[in-house]
Design a protein around this ligand. Structure first.
Ligand code: CIZ
Ligand code: SF4
Length: 304
């Protein structure tokens, strides 16, 4: 027998029964965002996870986000509705690779994007997100920094902080890195005068073409203030849901074909319902890894 499709009301009732909160990343499907207590970027979700009083957190996103919530809220049950929702960028650096890289550069501080495994965070001095990356690197006051896994975000930070030598790991987000300057120029030609906002996971030639280079939370705030009739958005298409709410008067133009992260799109309302009903998909992080990773995350949240 096939199960009926989950309804938003059913999911909210289950959440209440389970003393659960639902956190959804900005890139999630609209149906998942619609039942969430909190929709945000990974920094906002991490902060809220640490402060939540509920017993269960459903993290609709990808694995590193659920791990981060578990690390910051170890007493909570953190459920990842799709256990196969990973992040290819996070898989581009392993703990062994990071150890070897550190050994080649003794004494150089290590900053890792939160899009990384708990084991990698455990070997990191301080984590960052795209919303606070420049601030985090600046705060170190170092003349050299090892940065990974995203070479594009690293190049963006380097452009903002010319005084710091950024040694970059060669990882990237397959969704953002495949955007070409040509596609952005096509969108500009079709929508003359519309500003371009681009995510720093895009390649340097794309970010150089943008009017503003912003994390997802910054895009939401920027667009709400901008009062523009049209804005060209160069990030994963799930953000269009939040942008339409943040600035209802603005028409948001995504690229063609749309930028869609297959991992972010795995989670549907049914999976959120199943996780809540069965309390399935609990993530665990070994205590020693979690303790070390918590240090690098807390050093980040203390900065910005
Ligand atoms: O940090 C995040 O949540 C990601 C993956 C993107 C962004 O800019 O918010
Ligand atoms: Fe990873 Fe890119 Fe998907 Fe974000 S959009 S989860 S960085 S693959």
């Amino acid at each position: 027998m096939t199960e009926p499709l989950a309804t938003p009301a059913e999911v909210r009732l289950l959440a209440r029964d389970r003393h659960a909160v639902i956190f959804a990343h900005n890139y999630q499907r609209a149906e998942v965002q619609s039942v969430a207590d909190v929709v945000g970027d990974s920094l906002e979700l991490a902060r809220r996870a640490a402060a939540v009083s509920a017993e269960v957190i459903v993290l609709a996103g990808v694995r590193f986000m659920a791990e981060t919530a578990k690390i910051l809220a170890p007493a909570k049950t953190v459920l990842l509705p799709r256990s196969d929702a990973g992040c290819p960028m996070a898989d581009m650096i392993t703990a062994d690779q990071l150890s070897a890289w550190k050994a080649e550069h003794p004494g150089v501080p290590v900053v890792m994007y939160v899009n990384s495994s708990a084991e990698v965070k455990a070997l990191t001095d301080v984590c960052c997100t795209s919303a606070n990356a420049v601030e985090v690197v600046r705060s170190l006051g170092a003349d050299k920094v090892l940065f990974g896994p995203d070479r594009n975000l690293g190049a963006w930070i380097a452009a903002q902080l010319p005084e710091v030598e950024m040694i970059l790991w060669d990882g990237y987000c397959p969704v953002h890195d495949q955007v070409t300057l040509e596609r952005v120029r096509e969108a500009k030609a079709a929508h003359p005068g519309a500003p371009v906002i681009a995510h720093p996971e895009c390649r340097p030639d794309v970010t150089a073409e943008a009017d503003a280079v912003l994390s997802t939370s910054q895009m939401l705030r920027w667009s709400a203030k901008a009062g523009e009739p049209e804005i060209i958005v160069v990030t994963e298409g799930g953000l269009l849901t939040g942008l339409a709410k943040a600035a209802p008067e603005t028409r948001f133009i995504g690229l063609t074909p749309p930028m869609l992260c297959p991992n972010m799109k795995l989670t549907r309302l049914d999976h959120v319902r199943d996780a809540l009903r069965d309390l399935s998909g609990a993530v665990s992080v070994p205590p020693d890894v979690a303790a070390a990773a918590r240090g690098s995350l807390e050093r980040m949240t203390a900065i910005g």
